[in-house]
Design a protein around this ligand. Sequence first.
Ligand SMILES: [Ca+2]
Length: 191
Amino acid sequence: MAKFKKTLPLVLPILLAFAGASLAYVFNEKNSIKVSKETQPGLELGKDYYIQISLVELASKPEGKSTWDKLGSAPDIYVEIKWRENIIFKSSVKSDTLIGVWSQTELDLQSLAMGDTTISPDDLIKGARVSAVEGESIALQVYDYDPLGANDLAGSVELVFSSLNIGKNKLNDLSPGLRRVEILVSEVSEG
Ligand SMILES: [Ca+2]
């Protein structure tokens, strides 16, 4: 694997920044698997957080149907995050799979802060920014994308902020069609 030079140019092409951030995330993710949910801090109500979808696993077939796709191919998964009755995030589509994985461009906010940049983290993070207000929740709606017809709702789950933790949140057996969801919650570091 190529190593980054010690002295990176001050102005990196955006694409390279994305690639670097993605790699950093992959390594962070591997490390964070050891951290159990119980040891992670909960959300501080009243603060802003980023919600990112890491993984969605669907059941082998949808509820009440024999196959996901008409020709027997696996579902084409995408996720919407809904908050206060608005869709605030829509993921890319992961085609023909029962397990959709989205690599996140989790920002190394420290390195971002070191450089001269006018880019807001909001512009780079592939996720939703929410305010963790007491009693409120976000809804994750998982769809099987259909290019020709209506997208089928594969499953959905509502998560109250008080039930979420900072870091990775693993959720299992949420509904008949939805076996597993992993989301990443990160603090917004700006004042
Ligand atoms: Ca398909």
